[in-house]
Write a protein that binds this ligand. Structure first.
Ligand SMILES: NC(=O)c1ccc[n+]([C@@H]2O[C@H](COP(=O)([O-])OP(=O)(O)OC[C@H]3O[C@@H](n4cnc5c(N)ncnc54)[C@H](O)[C@@H]3O)[C@@H](O)[C@H]2O)c1
Ligand SMILES: [Mg+2]
Ligand SMILES: [Zn+2]
Length: 273
């Protein structure tokens, strides 16, 4: 089944609902989709409602709930869990739903003047009538890069990672800089080395909570590894045939690594998930 984003009017009855709060979805043994009209009879603390798209032929709505909400036979499951183990199209749907939920939760009041906002009909925007501003879903561009040196790749560990896992370097683009500049700056800040010959590989929406990852390969150009305090716990060069535990297979971090390794070892190239 294929997921497609769409703007649906919540005034329409019927369809299916995903039940969302703070990066979690209610799920039972049948999954995350519940008959919407039935859900609305369950006396749940609903904060907001959005029509978000179609899963196959079915209309899907996002019901934003208070975190205290409970539904018999259901448990709250994290978006990260669906990224790690869920079916691909279901994860795409939930990734979109979570970002719409985050946007809605963070823009119920105007950031400029503090007045309550209202949702514009027909557009994914929160409107402040008091100061006439509009607030759209926020997307945070971030670079992610695999630094390479022939048969070696530079991987690092953040203290936040699962024990033993090493990954590529990543960081948020700052206002006014290009993504290319961000790659060079973040690599310098996090591991102290210089890079050259950037190659853009591809991008990935990353809903934790609203990053857009822009992925690169870059060649090592000089410098010794100097780790950034607090951010980087360890960073080293690894040979492509002797790698540590790597990030989740659905991440662009993993794709950048797998792609480079495949090219070096003459294996078939993987495609971006
Ligand atoms: N999909 C993937 O494969 C993959 C892999 C690694 C990182 N990521 C994502 O890349 C993003 C950036 O990576 P990072 O954590 O190394 O970033 P980073 O190196 O820029 O440092 C993180 C710090 O940036 C600050 N920050 C948080 N949100 C921000 C924002 N919207 N704009 C600017 N600064 C912000 C915070 O102080 C945070 O501790 C994160 O969202 C992370 O989840 C995705
Ligand atoms: Mg970083
Ligand atoms: Zn306002």
């Amino acid at each position: 089944m294929v997921w497609r984003n769409a703007f649906l009017d919540p005034a329409q009855a019927g369809g299916w609902a995903v039940l969302y709060s703070q990066q979690h979805f209610l799920a039972d043994s049948n999954g995350v989709l519940f008959p919407r009209d039935w859900v609305k009879r369950q006396d749940l603390p609903i904060i907001g409602e959005q029509g978000i798209g179609h899963f196959g032929e079915d209309a899907v709505y996002l019901l934003q709930l208070k975190p205290s909400a409970t539904l018999e036979g259901c448990t709250w499951q994290s978006l990260r869990q669906f990224m790690l183990q869920g079916e691909a199209e279901t994860f795409r749907m939930l990734a979109y739903a979570a970002q719409i939920g985050t946007w809605y939760a963070e823009h119920r009041f105007c950031g400029s003047c503090g007045a309550p906002t209202r949702q514009l009909p027909g557009e994914r925007a929160m409107r402040c009538d008091s100061c006439e501003s509009q607030h759209y879903p926020r997307i945070s561009p971030s670079m992610i890069v695999l630094v390479t040196r022939g048969d070696e790749i530079l991987l690092a560990r953040s203290p936040r990672f699962v024990t033993g896992v090493y990954s590529t370097l990543a960081g948020f683009v700052e206002p006014g800089e290009s993504v290319e500049h961000c790659v060079a700056r973040e690599v310098r800040e996090e591991v102290g080395v210089e890079v050259k010959n950037l190659h853009y590989i591809g991008s990935q929406g990353w809903p934790f909570p609203h990053s857009l990852m822009l992925g690169f390969h870059a060649e090592y150009a000089g410098g010794d590894i100097v780790m950034q305090e607090d951010e980087i716990e360890d960073a080293r060069w690894f040979r492509v045939d002797d790698l540590p535990p790597l990030p989740a297979s659905r991440s662009i971090a993993r794709h950048l690594i797998d792609l480079y390794v495949a090219r070096r070892l003459g294996l078939p190239e993987p495609s971006l998930p």
